[in-house]
Write a protein that binds this ligand. Sequence first.
Ligand SMILES: [Zn+2]
Ligand SMILES: [Zn+2]
Length: 102
Amino acid sequence: MTLWKRNLPQKAVPKSNPAAERFRELKSEVTVVRKQGEGPVKDTGTFSRYLCDLCSTPHPVVELRQCVLCGRWGCNDCWKDDYYTCKSCAGLIAIHTRMGRD
Ligand SMILES: [Zn+2]
Ligand SMILES: [Zn+2]
């Protein structure tokens, strides 16, 4: 499943692309917590650690990844590699995928 990765080839997406449509639908349901490119919250108790937006535990910045849907920063435990999103959004994607015709 590479559909949800951001590094898609830069060619025009056909209007009737069901995956793209589902993605757009999905995006309208997700509450955006942070803007893309906005950094994670610095942990005030430690040096050079940042908080996971989902479980609120501190991690070195290299262990956190920003969700392309909600913009939250997630640690490995809160991350879903299948969709390249946080587990919270991955749950929504799973529902949408099941609603699809395939
Ligand atoms: Zn976490
Ligand atoms: Zn998310």
